[in-house]
Design a protein around this ligand. Sequence first.
Ligand code: PLP
Length: 397
Amino acid sequence: MDSSGTKRSYGFATTALHTGRGSTQERENSPALFLTSSFQFENAEQARAVFAGEEEGNIYSRFTNPTVALFEQRVAALENAEYAVATATGMAAVTTTFMSFLSTGDHVVLSRSVFGSTINIAKTVLARMGIGVTYVQLSDPKAWEAAVTPATKMFLLETPANPTLEMVDLVAVAQVAKSRGILLVVDNVFCTPCLQRPLELGADVVIHSATKYMDGQGRVLGGAVVGGKKLLMDHVYPFMRNTGASLSPFNAWVLLKGLETLSLRMEKHCDNAEKVAAFLSAHSQLNGAVHYPGLPNHPQRELAERQMRRFGGVVCLDLGSMERAHRFMDGLNLVIITANLGDSRTLTTHPATTTHAKLTQAERLSAGITDGLVRLSIGLEDVEDILMDLDQALAQL
Ligand SMILES: Cc1ncc(COP(=O)(O)O)c(C=O)c1O
């Protein structure tokens, strides 16, 4: 309650710490880890009643688990959504979403700028199932509109996209989707709900790789599908429950610990990334070939200000060729070469030869992934140390 007696919802950090708070008869303060595959019944009649849905209760951790359920509640609360279904990985969230909503003969409009594995699923699994896919330029809402056919059931996009940081006006794309009864699915991995809440801008479903900023310390894999309760209970939960894309309770427990510090970490990731982007964009070796939504000359800076609270922790630079990109990465001492992002440590990846290597060169170029592009996921180190490492690696080129 505020001083006028009006009930108000808690802020982001409080929500991440206290939503669904409770404890067992042991009165533990930190969330309990229910590391169990199944749950006991008092008697055979209770087992029958719980299976029949006449009595509430846990049955088996592929369906429900209290630690996983708390993670789901907190992710839903942070996205200001009714419901979330946790999944084993971010890709399990993507695949579960495709499979839960699409059937043979349907059509999907997919941003050209999405994570490589999402495109690989579209090209292999969706194609094999007879689901048509049209790829469009992410940033152009008119291209989304033009790609719609009578069979279109879903739009799926990332904004900002991995790794180009291209964005789209979510309100504009949501209007196109709504007016035609199409489901808008947004992968919110780069922002987390701390920086952007797509459901509030008109999306129907949000996908997360919790592996990234939600864990935030490079420990476990996880994912989530977030949205309205009826939508998820009718489509996503039954698919997840039966196919087994479930999140492990141990990983859910680690992710709950990650969520407790998400807001603090995101501020520091953004602080550091803003300084790195400013430093690199002024660097003589780079001639301004730096991508970061917060840079004053970024073509979509105004959009980023409108739909994101801050500009995120990923910065990309273009070194002109694969040879120079690899040489730059090999010259780094502090920054770690690894295929992940959203870690507490600063990480670097060369998308063209790793995360997006399975795409053709033409597909990569149409998504803006040049051979010289290097992705930096800026960590929580003292920023001067990150800048010093980048500077010495650039000097070696
Ligand atoms: C934007 C985006 N979506 C989804 C994924 C897949 O997540 P996971 O590795 O947890 O399966 C990634 C992984 O890098 C990603 O960057």
